[in-house]
Design a protein around this ligand. Structure first.
Ligand code: TYD
Ligand code: MG
Length: 494
């Protein structure tokens, strides 16, 4: 009979302990230890060790032992290894390739995480389908949807062809035969939380199952030289389930984010062993699947109203990619005692802070006013460089003066009202210039640096005809708005 062993695994950090504790000794989470039973089968020299009993996190052999290795693994000199021997495999999606650093690396394990309904399965199916259509052998394993449901989804997605191999399975062991027979260059597992292995007795989705299944799949991918794309759900607290358990096991961690009510989606790498984590991919969810958005700025400014007060465009940076985003504010007299402050896509604390700075450092009364502020298009703005733009949008609505349509602003605002340096002004300026902006309000330090760099001829954007307006203090930006802003046209109409 197979030997059983019981451990207590923390559902938060994945640590295993021989006894139960009220609080995990490793990560300090309360009431997170759950009893899990491992079955030691002869083929699995795999049951992960318990602290003091063996070695935790050892790669598992279960599934890997059943799949032939791509090549023999003898030590080689570094100089004998050709970097071109394993060329990257283009995924068929330029945005994904950009985030991966130029395509999939054969034998690598990629984890794609995100909220439910954000479009992970759609992206995975599009990539798998396109690769299959280009002649690669691709296996799509779904533990969530039936073959018919996948077919229905595929009908909506153009360019998939019919060559993709679909397997609906919830057991790791069921992958052995197709993996051996098809020798796939890409295996998609959607999702890792629905897959379980016989060598662990706890329910699918528990930390023990997720870790053990993922490590068996990863070991198999490395052995067979297949690319493994694991789709993973995000837990309520925003981390990939099981948190920290999968991240060290995979080569690339991608997160797919966005607001489900909007079409806009961002793909980022929070870990990438083969490339930069600075690159991001931008997509739009359409009726026929995910579309790449090559010019996100144009997408965001499409519906901009250039006449109304309370709006300011900000050239933000996502990774290394500039993106013009419209920030909007609406200021109205507060009918009740305590004024309301409501934000969408912006941090509450940041807006509250800017209101206090505006109140104290410029002569605008904000105390008796309700303030609503948002980033248009479902973007979430985290960069402090957006401060000056938020302040201008708020002041613009309060003063009923529209920021000129050809003007954008960038700068971090300090509590003393000073406008502080931001990074990569050249990239932001170039993007603003490209989209027809003629003026960019920038921190005065940055303006001085840009000017001296232009004089030395070191600035690649020297030909850009977007003018820099240096700003030292937030009050100076408000004065600029008073001089250059356009009064609301409502006055003229009424
Ligand atoms: P899905 O890929 O199932 O999300 P996940 O796997 O991350 O849970 O995406 C589901 C959403 O995408 C669903 O709300 C419908 C929408 N969608 C489209 O808008 N267009 C499409 O072509 C497809 C396939 C889905
Ligand atoms: Mg899904």
């Amino acid at each position: 009979m197979a030997k059983k062993r019981t451990v207590h695994a923390c559902q938060s950090c994945g640590a295993q302990h021989p006894q139960w504790h009220g609080r995990c000794p490793d990560c300090g989470a309360w009431d997170s230890l759950v009893e899990e039973t491992y079955v030691a089968t002869p083929s699995s020299a795999t049951a992960p060790g318990v602290k003091g009993f063996g070695s935790p996190g050892r790669p598992s052999a279960g599934l890997a032992a059943l799949v032939p290795a791509a090549d023999d693994q003898k030590p080689r000199r570094l100089s004998e290894i050709s970097p071109e021997a394993n060329p990257r495999l283009a995924s068929g999606s330029k945005e994904l390739d950009r985030v991966l650093g130029g395509g999939f690396v054969p034998g690598s394990v990629v984890l794609l995480g995100g909220d439910p309904g954000i479009g992970k399965s759609t992206l995975a199916l599009q990539v798998a389908g396109r690769l299959a259509a280009s002649g690669q052998s691709v296996l799509y394993v779904s533990g969530e949807e039936s073959g018919e449901q996948i077919r229905l989804r595929a009908e909506r997605l153009p360019g998939l062809g019919g060559a993709l191999q679909i397997l609906t399975a919830t057991r790791v062991e069921a992958l052995a035969e197709p993996w051996r027979d098809l020798a796939p260059s890409l295996v998609v597992v959607d999702s890792i939380q629905t897959i379980q292995t016989d060598s662990v007795e706890s329910a699918a989705g528990s930390v023990a199952q997720v870790r053990e299944s993922a490590s068996q799949l990863a070991a198999t991918a490395k052995r067979a030289g297949s690319i493994l794309l694991l789709v993973g759900h995000v837990t309520k607290d925003g981390s990939l389930a099981g948190p920290r358990v999968l991240e060290h096991l995979v080569d690339v961690v991608l997160t797919f984010e966005g607001d489900r009510a909007h079409a806009f989606r961002l793909l980022r790498a929070s870990k990438n062993r083969f490339g930069s984590t600075e690159e991001i991919g931008v997509y739009k969810m359409a009726s026929h699947g995910l579309e790449a958005v090559e010019n996100p700025s144009e997408h965001f400014l499409e519906e901009r109203s250039t006449r109304a007060p309370g709006s300011c465009v900000v050239p933000l940076l996502e990774g290394s990619r500039p993106m013009l985003v419209e920030l909007q504010a609406l200021v109205a007299p507060a009918p009740y005692g305590t004024p309301r402050r409501t934000t969408l896509g912006l941090e509450d604390a940041r807006v509250a802070l800017l209101l206090a700075v505006l109140e104290r450092r410029s002569s605008i009364d904000m105390l008796s006013q309700d303030v609503y502020a948002k980033a248009a298009g479902g973007v979430r703005v985290a960069e402090p460089a957006a401060d000056l733009g938020i302040a201008l949008a708020i002041a613009s609505s309060r003063l009923d003066l529209a920021v000129p349509a050809d003007t954008a602003a960038i700068g971090e605002v300090g509590l003393a009202g000073e406008v502080r340096r931001v990074s990569r002004v050249d990239v932001r300026l170039a993007e603003a210039g490209r989209l027809g902006f003629r003026r960019l309000l920038v921190p005065a330090v940055c303006a001085r640096e840009m000017v001296s760099r232009r004089k030395k001829g070191r600035s690649p954007t020297a030909k850009n005809d977007c003018e820099l307006v240096p700003i030292e203090e937030v009050a100076q930006a408000i004065d600029w708005l008073r001089e250059n802003g356009r009064a609301s046209e409502q006055d003229g109409r009424s």
